[in-house]
Ligand binder design. Structure first.
Ligand SMILES: Cc1ncc(COP(=O)(O)O)c(C=O)c1O
Length: 485
């Protein structure tokens, strides 16, 4: 274990990392707090140089943790058909799958009688739950209450559910929004309230305890869209009283196609099986079927064993971080990002609530008078920085906040460093002072470099790409680069 003190670019003293067996523990967000695959990947710029990729798009999809890649490599030789195979490796795969389910459930503090369903992603999980909402005491299909701040994945499934949804327009403060939520709950009966655990636009959230208290007092249940919460903060179903949580493996450093819905058993046991097919049944006759209970009830077809194992490994690695490290890492990065952005002329940071506390590391901004797509293309082509632009699948919120034309989003994760944040701020300063160097045009609705010299794969090969996965995954499996010092 070592602690290194250095001067950062601004001359401030920063303490680097303590290295433990499982985690690189940052003290001030200066270095990554868990090693991720590809942290040393080089990318080409339009001027012919190569630079390390600055991945500031973790909210969309986060890189795999090294622990995840190692675990997948370890279990692949043991992989065989799951659940119904008599072979020894089938039994091993089944045991791995079910152990992963338990580890994931435990990571989100599942109660002893909760169910953890392995899905494809958050969208899948919320669509699944939308089909399980029971009728109300009056026999009418249960309705859902949802705010307009939500990602479309936490908006559209409820509108298609049997009882439909009411979309409540958020207020400009957390306090005002909670008051509006309470008023609506008092005015009409709801079976379920669907709220974000952290906005994928602003990183902000409503206080979970207040939401749960208000919803439960009204006799309804709460589902938390945990897509941006679980990768960034500790969360527990049993401690918060939240009824259901949904999240995605690819945002939780396990990009192997799995997602999760965890929560109360009764609705999931009684709900219409999400997919009809093998594995979800006890018995099938020519004209009848007896469905099994959750979770298998909603996991018809061959389940994603490797995805579940990968996600469980990510959960274990995140859980092993000492208390407060993840939140502290992100707070340091977010503060540096927000402070840096506020020094760039013309940059406006998007917020939904003036009084939100403890936002996660997701920051959306606009460069006034500049197309967000052009800014994002420039950051990639001239600085090797990956961000996202657009309306982030949150059209109602962007419209209400006056960003119909979209914005730019920078988001950080466990592998992000202060240096990467500084590179973004420096690049934006260059953009607003001297403008892009390359020429850009709109192709198929997206900004692109005219005659972009940077290679992209045209087939299965990776020839010509710099710092590619091919290099990273050379002879010895996934390479995670040197530990930050
Ligand atoms: C808050 C939030 N909810 C839901 C989703 C949907 O996640 P997925 O695409 O993994 O289903 C996202 C994805 O960006 C998100 O940020």
């Amino acid at each position: 274990m070592s602690v290194t003190t250095t001067l950062d670019r601004t001359g401030s003293e920063t303490t680097a990392v303590e290295r433990t067996a499982t985690a690189l523990v940052p003290v001030a967000g200066v270095a990554s707090c868990l090693p991720v695959v590809g942290s040393d990947t080089l990318v080409p710029l339009v001027d012919g140089r190569t630079v390390p990729y600055a991945n500031l798009d973790c909210a969309a999809s986060a890189p795999a943790l090294c622990a995840v890649a190692d675990r997948v490599t370890e279990v692949l030789p043991l992989y065989a058909s799951v659940h119904r195979g008599a072979g020894y490796l089938s039994q091993v795969s089944t045991a791995l799958y079910e152990a992963s389910r338990r580890a994931i459930g435990s990571f989100v503090g599942a109660r002893s009688d909760d169910v953890t369903v392995v899905t494809r992603n958050t969208t899948d999980s919320l669509n699944l739950l939308a089909g399980c909402i029971p009728d109300g005491p009056d026999g009418a299909p249960g309705r859902v209450l949802v705010l307009d701040v939500e990602h479309h994945a936490n908006l559209l499934p409820w509108q298609r559910s049997a009882g439909g949804a009411t979309v409540l327009v958020g207020e400009t403060s957390v306090a005002g929004t909670l008051a509006a939520l309470r008023a609506e709950l008092a005015a009409a009966p709801y079976a379920l309230v669907a709220v974000t655990g952290a906005s994928n636009v602003t990183g902000e959230s409503l206080p979970v305890a207040d939401v749960v208290a208000a919803v439960h007092a009204a006799g309804a249940r709460v589902v938390l869209d945990g897509a941006q919460l679980v990768p960034h903060r500790r969360f527990s179903l049993s401690e918060t009283g939240v009824d259901y949580i949904a999240f995605s493996g690819h945002k939780t450093y396990a990009p192997f196609g799995s997602g999760v819905l965890a929560g109360r058993r009764d609705w999931l046991d009684a709900g219409v099986p999400y997919l009809a097919g093998g594995g979800a049944v006890r018995h099938v006759g020519v004209g009848d079927v007896v469905w099994t209970d959750a979770p298998a009830r909603h996991e018809a077809g061959s389940p994603n064993v490797v995805g579940a194992v990968a996600l469980a490994a990510a959960c274990d690695a995140l859980a092993a971080l000492p208390e407060g490290v993840l939140a502290g890492h992100e707070a340091a990065l977010r503060t540096r990002l927000v402070n840096g952005l506020s020094t760039v002329p013309g940059v406006q940071i998007v917020t939904a609530w003036a009084d939100a506390v403890d936002p996660v590391g997701v920051v959306t901004f606009s460069v006034v008078g500049h197309d967000p797509g052009l800014v994002a293309a420039y950051l990639s082509a001239e600085h090797g920085i990956g961000v996202r632009d657009g309306r982030f699948c949150a059209h109602p919120l962007l419209a209400r906040l006056g960003y119909d034309a979209g914005a730019v989003r920078a988001s950080v994760g466990v592998g992000t460093t202060l240096d990467e944040v500084d590179r973004l701020v420096t690049a934006l300063h260059a953009y607003v002072s001297t403008g892009p160097v390359a020429r850009y045009e709109i192709v198929d609705g997206c900004w692109a470099v005219v005659d972009d010299p940077r290679p992209l794969p045209t087939g299965s090969g990776l020839t010509g790409l710099v710092g590619t996965a091919a290099a990273a995954f050379g002879a010895g499996g996934p390479a995670c680069g040197p530990a930050p010092a």
